[in-house]
Design a protein around this ligand. Sequence first.
Ligand code: B12
Ligand code: SF4
Ligand code: SF4
Length: 462
Amino acid sequence: MCFPRRAARGPRPPRRGFQRAAAPGFGPRDLGRRASGPRPRVISDSAHTALRHPPRGTSLPHLAPRRTGDGAATRRRAIPLDPAQLKTRLAEAARAEGFAAMGVCRPDAIPEAAPRLARFLEAGRHGDMGWMEARSHWRGDPTTLWPEARSVIMLAEAYTPAEDPLALLEMPDRASVSVYARGPDYHDRVKKRLKRLAGAFLAEAGPETGVKVFVDTAPVMEKPLAQAAGLGWQGKHTNLLGREIGNWVFLGAIFTTAELPADAPEVSHCGTCRKCLDICPTQAFPAPYQLDATRCISYLTIELKGPIPREFRPLIGNRIYGCDDCLAVCPWNKFAAEASGALYQSRVELNRPRLTDFAALDEAGFREVFAGSPIKRIGHARFLRNVLIAMGNSGVSELIPWVEARIDDPAPLVRGTAVWALSRLAPGRLAARAPARPDPDPQVAEEWRLALAETGGAARRA
Ligand code: B12
Ligand code: SF4
Ligand code: SF4
């Protein structure tokens, strides 16, 4: 069920055209489930009056959470409601918390996820993300993660940007930070709200009920679960999108031992569209609905710890943290849910930052500027690696001194990337800056060798 928040935005355009265009071969059968039963109900204000029994005592959204830790089973004594009432009350509380949509599925609702995950891992598409492999048995099969769970409550929280993020890609002296990272860290925000919601749920669910709360980092496949719970479908870009929420949403999950009525799964409404596949700068989609993470700029700039492979560097442009291209072009964003209150408003300094402002940050400055931001997670050296690649791609000669300033950086990752960036921005200056002896770090030495060979500097130096 989606929670409409668009009263002020005028009437919704008809969406029949999209539905008719549903792509053959990607229907409910491919998802391993029948899309029978009613579509998840849109909760409007009238749902309050639809409740048979008015809330007893304190209303759900205001109840404080009790012992709801990440992954920790929790119990609380209360007068139980029947499962349908419980779900209605939960939906009310979810809406009051600012979630854009909620749905319920059974833990065994995604039988196709495990074999698909296995194929993804076998093909090495997870790259350096060894943690995906480590707990893949839990990830692929939620029934093994917590066998007592009877329902999975999936929630979507909107972070729709106010402006088109693609516009920033045309400004070479600026850094493009992906929309999700421009505000406070969503892990903290979403988890806090999920825990509050779980606490409210427990107050109503009865003394024997248990819950566990998961956001992103747990071994849970949130996208297929969200599709099974009817929130939307995994688009050809593999992200979850919905007809009423678009694709700028974070996902979170509450597992519970309570048996709540399940929603009908959603089917793909991508139809013949392939905008996300075509725009991808690194051709990271081997096929529709499949991603090779090792080619994705989000992986390369956030997850990859070492040097970014040379073939991808020119394609990264000025994206210094994540990438939004495939999300930004999706036509379903016309119907995107509004971002959840002020929570995801961008920090001003992350909207159109100058590359030079970022290059000037030392370790302490980096920590200070990115306190509470997901960007802090990649650390100073990886951050500078990304900024230097953007500088190398900029074609802006004013940036040359900034790149040269990092060519002797103590971090091999930084000085190796600076060599590459200088070879792009000022190939003529490379030979003059080359060290007399090969760099002690073999990867940096290799950067020098390749850069000098590519720019003809090796010959001049000899
Ligand atoms: C690992 C990971 C990444 C990796 C890999 C992404 C990926 N698509 O797998 C990297 C670092 C690249 C990444 C990038 C991003 N991520 Co990420 N990521 C995750 C994480 C932790 C696990 C995802 C996972 O399990 N991948 C493994 C693959 C196998 O699973 P899958 O994508 O669901 O694959 C399915 C399809 O391939 C499909 N499939 C395969 N074959 C076929 C064939 C057919 C016919 C069909 C129909 C389907 C199909 O079946 C698979 C199983 O369902 C989740 C959080 C979580 N715990 O779920 C967040 C998550 C997916 N990420 C998220 C976000 C926001 C992003 C970025 C937008 C961030 C950014 N701006 O840079 C990008 C988007 C890139 C993209 N196009 O996917 C959100 C997505 C929210 C949403 N609306 O879907 C999540 C859910 C985090 C959250 N809690 O909100 N991410
Ligand atoms: S996030 Fe960017 S690089 Fe990754 S798949 Fe989408 S468009 Fe391609
Ligand atoms: S842009 Fe959106 S609608 Fe089009 S194929 Fe991609 S996910 Fe589907």
